[in-house]
Structures are given as structure tokens and as C-alpha cells.
Design a protein around this ligand. Structure first.
Ligand code: AQP
Length: 333
């Protein structure tokens, strides 16, 4: 079976709808056809200097949400990145294959460091995509399900894999393919639908969070920014707000956007929002409840994570040994 790998950072109390539709639901689907490995990438989260007292809790909460959404530990490996030390070891090797200019062109680094200014940024934020490449290449990953915002990072992972094969011989690294589902790859902020829904940049009203109170979810949907027209139709440029709501509606119901638009002919934005709020709350309630059960049984959760880390580490060590050997490191006796 082809291998799928992906991860998310434990940088908030709850994942948002972009994380859920753009990534997590794709992870769940790919388990049927792929050998799946999913990680809570806590080392990546250190780049934003999280409060140490909340990071551990958010790491468990993020894993709980993976499980609640349908990542099945019987079929997939689920682990915390810092439990598998090979990620950092491979990252060092890859950093020696990465050009300064190449890393400096990453738009996420440019955007995030521009916000905090050069003195507020850190080297970890700069090398973030190299650690991400290590995450991916360590498992000889074929497919990486992510949202649109990660496309450029994935391109770097592919370039690094190709470079390893050119310099160290074919078969050194597998070349990963992005799995980006166009319709859900960029869920927009409800308040500012020209921007992506984001853990760090969205206002609380711009977000829909999996673990949010259903009333707050409905309220945020009902106060979503639309436009001054009154017609419900799909037009990403002229009507980004309405188009975003239609895409979310379509993702949850499995119905085509055109069919939804036809249903709402002659109706008002308020109708669409109110129905969408019901659809989203109904779909997220079982996920919310299951996540809370996992969060309330940390021993059970930690045992799933320990099992995942042991198995992931065994796979990772094989890749790391191969690459250490090919770059010419002397094996320890
Ligand atoms: N708005 C989005 N629409 C679709 N997919 C999205 N993803 C994130 N936002 C959207 C995808 O969710 C995964 C989360 O990866 P991450 O934890 O590394 O977070 P991120 O990409 O940095 O995005 P966030 O969650 O909104 O955080 P910030 O605020 O830091 O930008 C990835 O697969 C991502 O593509």
C-alpha cells in the first residue's frame, strides 16, 4: 500500500474548520487505501514559543481530536513528534542539503516573521520546512494530505527528496505527492473571507472550532460576512463570503455546490446561514463528544500515543540508517 503521512501543530485548544475539512477528514478517508501515519507535531509548535504549561495539554487535545474525527489506531499510527527522535536527526542532514535562498523564499516564514519583526523571529521558524521535510521523508511517504497553505513547503520536501536521490543515489528518498482537495483546501475566515481561517490570525468570530460550544458555532456562522447583493450564487472573486459558506455546506452534506445554489434560489442569506449552522453543529457534535471522552481519559490516550511512537520509531530508524550510511557517517559499533 502507498504510505500517507501528515501532521498538525498543537498550537490551540481546538482545531478549526479549515484544519478539519482541509486536512483531518482527508486523513481519515485515506486510511482506507493507504498505510497511514499521523503525528501531532509538537516540535514545530515550539517555533511560536508556546507557554510550556499549555503545550502538553494541547498536544493531548490535538491527538484526541484526530481520534474523534476518525483516525483509527487499529489501522493507522498516531504519535507525538517529540517521541520519535529520528525527526530531528534527519532534519540536521536535510538542513545541510537546503540552500539559504531556498529556505528564505518560503512565504510562511516571510509572513510570520514579518509580523513579529526580525528581532522577534527565531531560527526554528526559518528551518520549520526542513523539519517538515524530515517528518515526511522519514517514512518514505508517497502522499501528504494538507491544505493549500502547505503546498510550497511540500514542494521543498519534494525538491529535497530529489536532491538526495541525485547526490546519494536513487532510492535514498521517496518523492512525496501533495494531496490537496481543491474544494476544501482553503476554508476562509468567516469575518474576512478574503483570508484563510487561521489559528493564529483569525479573530474568534472568524473561526469555527471543533471543540466550541454549538451555540457559539451557530452564532459565528450567522454573523459571517457576506456582501451587499441578495442573490445566493457561487463566485469566489465577487462573493467570497457566500462562496465560502457554500463550500462548507457542500463539504458537510456531500452535495454539489450547484445543487445547493438551486435549492436556495429566491431565498435570503439568513436562510442559508441558519441551515448551515444546523448542518455544521449536527456533524461536529459527535466529534466534540468523542474528543472530550479522549481528553478525559489521558491514560488511554497516552497508551495509543506510546504504541504509535514505538512503531513509527522502528520505521523511521530504517530510513535514517540508510541515509546516514549514504552520506558517509561512520556507523557506531
Ligand atoms: N483555512 C484552511 N483551509 C484548509 N486547510 C487548512 N489548514 C490550515 N488552515 C486551513 C490545514 O490544516 C493543517 C494544519 O496544519 P498546522 O497545524 O501546521 O497549521 P497551519 O497550516 O499553520 O494553519 P493554521 O491551523 O491556521 O495555523 P496558523 O494560524 O499558524 O496558520 C495543514 O494541513 C493545513 O494546510
Amino acid at each position: 500500500k502507498p504510505r500517507v503521512f501528515s501532521g498538525m501543530q498543537p498550537t490551540s485548544e481546538s482545531l478549526h474548520l479549515g484544519n478539519y475539512l482541509g486536512a483531518l477528514l482527508q486523513w481519515v478517508r485515506l486510511q482506507d487505501t493507504h498505510d497511514a501515519i499521523y503525528s501531532v507535531v509538537d516540535l514545530h509548535a515550539l517555533t511560536v514559543a508556546p507557554d510550556p504549561s499549555v503545550l502538553r495539554d494541547r498536544t493531548r487535545r490535538t491527538a484526541a481530536q484526530y481520534l474523534a474525527a476518525g483516525v483509527d489506531p487499529e489501522r493507522s499510527l498516531l504519535f507525538v513528534q517529540s517521541h520519535v527522535p529520528q525527526h530531528v536527526e534527519l532534519m540536521w542532514i536535510l538542513s545541510t542539503f537546503t540552500g539559504m535562498g531556498e529556505a528564505g523564499r518560503m512565504t510562511q516564514f516571510k509572513d510570520k516573521s514579518a509580523k513579529v519583526g526580525e528581532s522577534g523571529t527565531n531560527v526554528g521558524l526559518f528551518t520549520y520546512p526542513v523539519l517538515m521535510a524530515a517528518d515526511i521523508l522519514l517514512y518514505d511517504t508517497n502522499v501528504v494530505p494538507v491544505g493549500e497553505d502547505q503546498r510550497q513547503h511540500l514542494e521543498l520536501s519534494r525538491d529535497l527528496a530529489q536532491r538526495l536521490n541525485t547526490r546519494l543515489g536513487e532510492g535514498t528518498a521517496a518523492i512525496p505527492e501533495p494531496h490537496i482537495v481543491k474544494e476544501v483546501a482553503k476554508i476562509q475566515d468567516l469575518q474576512d473571507p478574503t483570508k484563510k481561517m487561521s489559528k493564529s490570525a483569525s479573530s474568534p468570530k472568524g473561526l469555527i472550532e471543533i471543540l466550541q460550544d454549538p451555540k457559539a458555532i451557530a452564532k459565528n456562522i450567522k454573523s459571517a460576512t457576506t456582501d451587499t447583493e441578495t442573490v445566493i450564487r457561487y463566485d469566489e472573486d465577487a462573493k467570497p463570503g457566500v462562496s465560502n459558506l457554500l463550500r462548507i455546506y457542500s463539504a458537510f452534506t456531500g452535495r454539489a455546490v450547484d445543487a445547493i445554489v438551486a435549492d436556495y434560489e429566491g431565498k435570503m442569506y439568513g436562510h442559508l446561514k441558519s441551515d448551515l449552522a444546523d448542518v455544521v453543529v449536527e456533524a461536529l457534535t459527535p466529534v466534540h463528544d468523542s474528543a472530550m471522552e479522549w481528553i478525559e481519559s489521558p491514560e488511554r490516550l497516552d497508551s495509543v500515543l506510546a504504541d504509535g511512537a514505538a512503531k513509527a520509531s522502528a520505521i523511521a530508524q530504517v530510513t535514517l540508517d540508510r541515509i546516514y550510511d549514504r552520506v558517509g557517517l561512520l556507523p557506531a559499533l
